[in-house]
Design a protein around this ligand. Structure first.
Ligand SMILES: NC(=O)c1ccc[n+]([C@@H]2O[C@H](COP(=O)([O-])OP(=O)(O)OC[C@H]3O[C@@H](n4cnc5c(N)ncnc54)[C@H](OP(=O)(O)O)[C@@H]3O)[C@@H](O)[C@H]2O)c1
Length: 304
């Protein structure tokens, strides 16, 4: 085993609050564990959960906090019992803890080969939202129509395409400026805001089989209750309080096979991937401020 590059620069927060709490810290990764690869990070997606943990809305761990769940990068070193990959391989996947860091250690089982025709930017932002989208569709089960609230964001953009691929009619809510984008992904696009229920009914007059809320607004809950069949699933991934007991929460389940499925679809051109913006690592504060605003189209990421 070659074990160079043990020093990683990490994004950390020593307090809860807006992006001003973010700072950088050098960290010695030490000896590489068996079954792990050491990766020079190329890009890492940012998800709303990173920023919501930063503010203290979610307190999954104590302080100091580290961030990031996904990455793309190149293998620098391989631990023992790490068959299948070699130094220099281009990979992507879910991290083992933080990925907003210049060098990370990742279990071999989390690694997916980066296809050559996928950019580092796309590769580094695929894991979280793809596995979330696959979890949503698998847990909702066999349906013919699906209402997605907040379909233009990171999770929504791939959920629309995966649902279409399963033959599901998708009604996706978005702001006016993103309606065309929604249609390009294959959704029946409906603008959110006053009159949403009437617009959904006009776009899809039959009752809808299921709905998933990616925003967490009362408007989304009421629209789902008014347009989904009485026995249809109404789910939320937003992690916000809901006013109806009918709304069930769904939480992402990591599954490398699901991730591989999406990566294959991107490599073959079956799925498209929208990058909203790429921030250099030293501008992470700006990136976290932007994702907190909640207007992302597709994915936001850090470049190292
Ligand atoms: N449960 C889980 O396991 C899980 C996993 C992943 C993500 N999540 C959560 O799911 C949510 C969505 O994540 P994401 O990565 O897709 O977010 P995102 O990339 O920030 O996208 C949010 C999208 O929603 C649109 N939007 C804003 N207000 C809206 C409204 N009232 N109605 C409809 N659309 C609206 C935004 O565009 P405009 O502002 O232009 O409309 C934006 O395109 C987050 O809260 C995240 O924390 C949960």
């Amino acid at each position: 085993m070659e074990n160079n590059n043990t020093i990683s620069t990490l994004l950390v927060a020593n307090a809860y609050g807006p992006a001003d709490v973010l700072t950088f810290q050098d960290f010695d990764l030490g000896e590489l564990r068996n079954g792990y690869a050491r990766i020079k990070t190329k890009t890492a997606g940012i998800n709303p959960i990173d920023a919501r943990r930063m503010t203290g809305e979610f307190k999954h761990s104590g302080l100091p906090q580290t961030f990031g769940t996904e990455f793309s990068g190149e293998i620098l070193a391989i631990g023992e019992n790490s068959q299948g990959f070699k130094i220099g391989d281009a990979v992507l996947g879910s991290g083992d803890g933080f990925t907003h860091a210049s060098v990370i250690d990742v279990p071999i089982g989390n690694l997916i080969r980066k296809p050559e025709n996928i950019s580092w930017e796309v590769a580094g932002s695929v894991a979280g939202v793809s596995q979330t989208a696959m979890t949503i569709l698998d847990e909702i089960g066999d349906i013919k129509s699906l209402l997605i609230h907040g379909a233009s964001g990171g999770v929504g953009s791939i959920t629309v395409q995966l649902a279409k691929e399963r033959g599901i009619t998708v009604i996706g809510t978005a702001s006016k400026r993103k309606l065309e984008y929604m249609e390009s992904l294959g959704a029946i696009a409906v603008e959110y805001g006053d009159g949403l229920i009437e617009r959904i009914k006009a776009a899809h007059p039959e009752a809808i089989d299921a709905a998933v809320d990616m925003i967490g607004t009362e408007e989304a809950t009421q629209a789902s209750l008014a347009t989904v069949k009485p026995d249809g699933v109404i789910a939320t991934i937003a992690g916000k309080p809901v006013s109806s007991k009918r709304v069930i929460p769904i939480w992402v389940k990591r599954n490398p096979k699901n991730l591989q499925f999406v990566v294959d679809g991107l490599a073959s051109g079956k799925f498209q991937w929208e990058i909203d913006s790429v921030f250099p690592f030293d501008k992470a504060k700006d990136a976290f401020s932007k994702i907190l605003e909640g207007h992302t189209k597709g994915k936001l990421l850090l470049q190292f």
